[in-house]
Structures are given as structure tokens and as C-alpha cells.
Design a protein around this ligand. Sequence first.
Ligand code: HEC
Length: 186
Amino acid sequence: MKISKIQAGVGILGLAMTAGLVMGHLPVTKQANAESGQTIRLPANFRTDYEFLGAWAVSGDADTGGKIGQHIVYASPGTVKAYRKTGKFPDGAVLVKELFNGKTEDLTTGSATSAAELAGYFVMVKDASGNKTGPLWGDGWGWAFFGADDTRQTTTKDYKAECLTCHEPVRDRDLIYSYAYPVLKP
Ligand code: HEC
């Protein structure tokens, strides 16, 4: 996972976005109704109120300063139940991938890595109807990255350039690496 590639393509901070909120703290069904605009926000409560989907360990490289990267993935309340029932992410579902540079140390289990410095957040919002427009919406989702230092304003300007190519390998899974999340399996 090469964050610097994304940040390099980003440049100065993004444009002011159109009004409206993604109300990530509401249950998925209500949330779809509550959401009227196209602005993608990082839900403030995702660590406490969201559902844990799974985690990745990414070998250390230049982007992580040689440290093992940890990606923790969450979904808005109700997503797991809906997905397990229908095999699809419900309209309005919010996925958050939180990125950390890991801290590796010798513990009683052996060499172990925990989440240390926060590196940023990726957010996706399901748009089943495909009604949303603009450079952050398309292919059934809204797409945005937030740096660790500014969780209010996304730096993403164009999901096609900054996100989509890397998610093409899982197009047949609605562009989500869903096979890695045990809780979604029947
Ligand atoms: C360099 C390739 C790359 C880029 C660029 C990229 N992604 Fe991803 N993304 C991945 C991979 C691979 C995974 C799963 C494995 C991992 O996290 O290492 C993933 C996982 C995710 C997840 C967790 C859900 C899932 O699909 O498993 C979200 C949410 C996400 N990405 C959003 C975004 C958004 C939004 C952007 C653009 C702002 C973006 N990604 C850009 C490669 C990329």
C-alpha cells in the first residue's frame, strides 16, 4: 500500500465541497435517508461504533519507513448483517480503512507488531443508485482519503486517478477486498 503515491498525486488541499454530510453514525438504513449531499466525511465515531471487518499487515517499505504497516478496516453499523444476508454492501454503507505504521518488538509471543503512528484514513461510501456526481463518486462508491493531520477535509480530488486502478483487481467483488474480512463470510 503506497500512501505516498496518493499523496504525491494530491497536491494542495482539495476544493470546497458541496453541502451535506455523510452521517456515518446512524444505522445504515436511516443513514441513507439522512444523507442528502455529496460531501464525504470521516465518521468521528468509527472506532467505537463501527463494526470491525478485518486487518492487514503490510511489509515495511520506504513509505512506512521500513515499519510494518497496519490497516484496520471498519464498516458502519448494520453493514455486516446486510452483507451476510444479500452478499452486497447496502446503500449508504461507510467503510473506513485506518492506516498505521507499526511498532515491532520482541514480546512473549515472539516478534509482534502493534499499531503505532497514525498515517491516515481511507473512506468509501456505498452509492447503490449511482446518483451521486462529482470527482469523488463513481463505480458505485464515494472515495476519499484523509491525512492524519486533517480529518475534516479530504485531500482526494479525483477517485479515478487516485483510487480506482488499485481496486480494479477486485472489481468482481464490488471493488472491495472483501475476501480478507472473515466476518463477511457466510
Ligand atoms: C496503491 C494501491 C491503492 C490505492 C492508490 C488505493 N487503494 Fe484502497 N486498497 C488497496 C488494497 C490493496 C486494499 C486492501 C489491502 C490493503 O489494505 O493493503 C485496499 C483497501 C481499501 C479499503 C478497505 C476496503 C477494501 O477494499 O478492502 C478502503 C476503504 C479503501 N482501500 C479506499 C481507498 C480510497 C478511497 C482510495 C483513494 C483515495 C484508495 N483506496 C486508493 C489499494 C489501494
